[in-house]
Design a protein around this ligand. Structure first.
Ligand code: SAM
Length: 220
C-alpha cells in the first residue's frame, strides 16, 4: 500500500507502538490551540471552525512516526479486533516473518474495496503470512476465490497454515514462486480473469506487475 508523501517507509506495524499517542504537536501553546477568531476575520489561515471557537491547527511535516500514529488512531477507533486476523499476525511474528503486512485499517480498506466491486476472483502479488489475503478472502461473496503469489517458501508455509486456521484454505490458493515467473503461468492456466488485483510485493517490479500483467487479467 502506498504511503504518499512519506519519504522513509515506516514499519507498517509501528502503529501498535504509537497507539494512544497524541497526533498533534508535542508542545502546542494554549493560545495556539484554542485562540478565538479575531473580530472581523472570517477564515484565518490554518484554522478549523468549532462551535463558537476557532482552533488553530499546528501543521506538522509528515514523518514515519506521525504516519504510524495516525494509522494507530484510525485502527483504535475504526477497526475492531478480529481473532482470526490477530492470530495470523501472531503466528507470522512467531515464525519470524517481518512485520510488513498491511495495517488493520488498510486491511479493512481492502475488504471494503473487494465488497464495493463485488469481487469473486482476486489475485494478490505478495502474500507474506496471508494477513491481507485473509482480509480480502473474508470480504468475498460465496463462490469467491483468491490466488496469491509469494516468492519465499517460508512465507508460503506460514500463510497456508494461517489460512487453514482462518477456515479459508479451500478458497485461497497460495502459489510459490517469483511473481514474474508465476504470473504468466496464472495468465495461461485459466485462473483468471480477476475482478481485483492487489500488488504488494517487490516495488521495483510494480510497473511490470501493473502494466505487464494486471491490466491484462482484470475482467473488463
Ligand atoms: C509487503 S509483503 C506482503 C504483505 C501482505 N500483502 C500483507 O499485507 O499481509 C511483500 C511480500 O512480497 C514477497 N515478494 C517479494 N518479491 C517477490 C516476488 N518477486 N515475487 C513474489 N513475491 C515477492 C515478499 O517475500 C513478501 O512476503
Amino acid at each position: 500500500m502506498g504511503h504518499g508523501g512519506v519519504r522513509e517507509r515506516p514499519n507498517r506495524h509501528a502503529w501498535r507502538a504509537c497507539r494512544g499517542q497524541p497526533l498533534v504537536g508535542s508542545n502546542p501553546t494554549p493560545s495556539a490551540t484554542t485562540a478565538s477568531a479575531p473580530a472581523g476575520r472570517s477564515s484565518p489561515p490554518s484554522t478549523i471552525l468549532r462551535p463558537a471557537v476557532w482552533t488553530r491547527v499546528r501543521l506538522q511535516p509528515m514523518t514515519p512516526n506521525l504516519w504510524a500514529a495516525v494509522d494507530g488512531y484510525i485502527c483504535d477507533h475504526l477497526v475492531a479486533s478480529e481473532p482470526a486476523l490477530d492470530a495470523a499476525l501472531a503466528a507470522s511474528a512467531a515464525a519470524g516473518l517481518p512485520a510488513i503486512s498491511v495495517t488493520p485499517n488498510q486491511g479493512k480498506l481492502l475488504a471494503l474495496l473487494v465488497q464495493l466491486c463485488s469481487a469473486r476472483a482476486i489475485l494478490e502479488i505478495g502474500t507474506l503470512g496471508g494477513y491481507s489475503t485473509i482480509w480480502m478472502a473474508r470480504a468475498m461473496g460465496p463462490g469467491g476465490r483468491v490466488v496469491t503469489v509469494e516468492a519465499d517458501a517460508r512465507c508460503v508455509d506460514v500463510a497456508r497454515a494461517n489460512l487453514v486456521s482462518a477456515g479459508l484454505s479451500d478458497v485461497v490458493e497460495v502459489r510459490l514462486g517469483a511473481a514474474l515467473e508465476t504470473l504468466p503461468e496464472i495468465a495461461g492456466d485459466g485462473s483468471g480473469p480477476f475482478d481485483f488485483v492487489f500488488i504488494d510485493a517487490d516495488k521495483a517490479n510494480n510497473s511490470e506487475y501493473f502494466d505487464g500483467f494486471a491490466i491484462g487479467v482484470v475482467r473488463s
